[in-house]
Ligand binder design. Structure first.
Ligand code: NAP
Ligand code: FE
Length: 369
């Protein structure tokens, strides 16, 4: 019924929670702050963290060069800087890219390995403790044991996972998402929804993850109209951040499905943002799996307050769109990569190569010959 439920991250949520619960300052003497070029400052989280560190007369260093969909080279550079600086804990500020990069840095800073060895799964020394401050809502990376990195040598993304990279603390303050560009806000919300949907339908789901996933899906449903009307109040942003965290707890236990495995190719080869890439595939994914888990898919529709797959397709199209056009050869190439995805066995109905090609073809705009 419940094989295992392990959630070691201490989550604080609410406006100004960083200032009210300063427990993270006790994790060490000198943090390295890992963030992107803009997200740290644009969100307001970096100035808040710096203020607290300075008030407490703590030494720190900042690495603000994390790129979107971070590469092995990018996290290697951050890892070397963390080591040279003798940092003893990591503060991650940003969307999933800086949060995932920080998890890699926490391992690289305490071990004599380079980023390509992260996938070996075993580290001699314990990673540095991590504090996660998400500025998108989101990936849920603040409560997952995953770090997803771009590996150019295999032209794809790979994830490494360890219970030691669960952040020790996560601070969820919706004010840090207020300056998100609208399209990033929508795409990241769709990623979070995709996590709860995939986790709910996943072979590894349990009563506990199902309960959390359905709650997250209901919360997402309450946010759809405000997103479409662009009336993103603080309360809605808070709901999105909470829903994203719940969805992270779900995939921390279930993993994702072929939607993520297929979406990575759209991001790697066409630079389509992660959440958008997943969102484009969701309707066909549901159609493909309908006969196998129709009762669960009907529960999803009920939680979303929609009638059927046609209404679902309409909602997804109103939220996201993509003008990118794909050739038949591209679809075949992506399919041959996705079939080897680690998430394949998680699917309620296991797709073969032809099925994956069909899901891509029906979900994307194809180039006329
Ligand atoms: P992201 O790549 O972290 O950020 C997207 C863009 O939004 C960046 O340009 C970023 O700026 C900007 N941004 C972020 N927060 C902002 C704010 N508050 N105000 C203004 N701009 C802001 O996007 P994401 O969708 O959150 O993360 C995607 C990554 O997470 C992918 O690599 C994906 O594979 C991974 N992921 C991980 C998990 C997991 O469990 N670990 C789950 C799902 C996805 P900067 O460039 O300055 O940062
Ligand atoms: Fe995701």
């Amino acid at each position: 019924m419940l094989p295992k439920f392990h959630m070691p991250t201490c989550v604080f949520m609410g406006e100004n929670c960083l200032f009210e619960k300063t427990d993270f300052l006790k994790l060490g003497k000198k943090p390295i702050i890992i963030t992107g070029k803009n997200s740290g400052t644009a969100s307001g989280a970096l100035p808040d963290v710096l203020k607290l560190l300075q008030e407490n007369k703590m030494d720190y260093v900042v690495f603000d060069q994390i790129i979107n969909n971070p590469t092995l080279e990018n996290v290697d550079a951050a890892g070397i800087f963390a080591k040279e600086s003798n940092a003893d804990f990591v503060i991650a500020i940003g969307g999933g890219s800086p949060l995932d990069a920080a998890k890699a840095v926490s391992v690289l800073a305490s071990n004599n390995i380079s980023a390509k060895n992260l996938f070996d799964g075993e580290f001699k020394n314990k990673p540095l403790p991590i504090v996660a401050i998400p500025t998108t809502a989101g990936t849920g990376s603040e409560v997952t044991p995953y770090s997803i990195l771009t590996v150019n040598s295999i032209e794809s993304k790979r994830n490494f996972s360890s219970e030691y990279i669960f952040p020790k603390y996560a601070y969820l303050d919706a004010k840090y998402t207020e300056n998100l560009p609208y399209n990033v806000c929508v795409n990241t919300a769709v990623d979070a929804f995709s996590h709860s949907l995939e986790g709910y339908l996943c072979n590894k789901s349990s009563v506990m993850t199902d309960y959390i996933a359905l709650e997250a899906i209901k919360l997402f449903s309450e946010c759809i109209k405000p997103i479409l009307n662009k009336s993103l109040t603080f309360e809605i942003r808070e709901k999105l951040l909470y829903m994203s965290m719940l969805s992270g707890i779900v995939i921390a236990h279930t993993g994702t499905t072929i939607v993520h495995g297929m979406g990575y190719n759209l991001t790697y080869f066409k630079n389509i943002p992660h959440g958008l890439a997943n969102g484009l595939l969701l309707s066909e994914f549901l159609k493909f799996n309908y006969d196998t888990v129709f009762d669960k898919i009907e529960s999803v529709f009920k939680a979303l307050k929609i009638k059927d797959i046609f209404e679902f397709e309409g909602v997804m199209k109103s939220l996201i769109s993509c003008n990118e056009v794909f050739t038949r050869d591209e679809i075949l190439k992506y399919s041959s990569i996705a079939i080897a995805s680690k998430s394949l066995p998680n699917n309620p109905k296991i797709p073969d190569l032809k099925d994956i090609t069909e899901i891509y073809s029906k979900s994307l705009k194809l180039k006329e010959l």
